[in-house]
Design a protein around this ligand. Sequence first.
Ligand code: ZN
Length: 138
Amino acid sequence: MKSYRKELGFRTRTRREFVNITSLVETALAESGVREGLCLVNAMHITASVFINDNEGGLHRDFERWLEKLAPEKPYDQYEHNGYEDNGDAHLKRTVMGREVVVAVTEGRLDFGPWEQIFYGEFDGMRQKRVLVKIIGE
Ligand code: ZN
């Protein structure tokens, strides 16, 4: 069985951002040489997400608005977590959007359903963050 590991780096310009990382994961898959197996992609930070959804700007703005209703960034003092930090909302948003995705690898390709794309969801950005890609199979 083959095993391949790669870290992707991100530093967003804004506190919150969604980044389409599908092509980066496809590159990692090509590097792995795996034709049949599984591909795990997870955020390595507890204030960021990896999720699969549609690559559609309106939907991404809907996510932003929905998440701000669930866990507004401000006022910072509404969160017990905030004190030394101001990212209580980011921890909650990350939990809703998820930590990781697993995609089947079939005939050397990510075996997506219609319109599926992989996104990195940043909720406490403007700092260096990492995503782990782990691919196993043969
Ligand atoms: Zn925190």
